[in-house]
Ligand binder design. Sequence first.
Ligand code: B4P
Length: 189
Amino acid sequence: MLNIALFGPPGSGKGTQSKKLIEKYNLAYISTGDMLRAEIAEDSELGKRVKSVMDAGELVSDELIVQILEKKIKNLTDAEGILFDGFPRNLVQAYILKGLLCKLNTELTAMISLEVPEEELMERMLKRAELEGRSDDNPETIKNRFRQYESKTRPVSGFYREMNRCYPVDGMGRVEDIFQRVSDVIDSL
Ligand code: B4P
């Protein structure tokens, strides 16, 4: 199986690249962000619990992330692998992912990290705020999302670097060019 974790700071293009990658490589798609937003849209019990956390730019608790992941994993089709978008987001989640893939008799093939400077990230998310009105795309929340990323999420890349599974990719430029760079990494695995 080809199991990829797409990694990077908020607004780095994980969602954008994921949509193209799942099609090209026939991968099942697990986006914890999309799954959480779907729970909020449904106004489910879980959605009610996570809304204020996400609106503040904090990370949702690992316990709730495990709950939504387990729901999803049960419904995996016969894809050729799994693309994880925005997960794992801290070291505990990196171990959760390891256990989860182990249960499926497989492991993570690569963690691909989209590298984008903070000024560009802010610009992208403020532009998205105008187009989509996502409630966590405002300057205050974005700054907190950056802080959360630096303190909790960035260390995850070190975890995979030590296992020689971390592949940084320049996330600046045209979506198509970035997609080509990511595809080149996957084709070389
Ligand atoms: P996510 O949904 O993962 O969102 P993200 O990090 O903000 O965005 P992404 O990197 O996917 O950016 P996108 O492609 O959309 O997380 C949201 C929140 O959910 C978190 O803050 C947290 O609260 C919670 N959460 C999610 N997973 C969690 C977990 N595992 N544990 C705990 N909490 C969790 O791109 C951004 C914008 O840039 C778009 O408008 C796009 O059109 C544009 N763009 C993309 N590529 C571009 C390019 N090359 N040039 C110009 N613009 C580009």
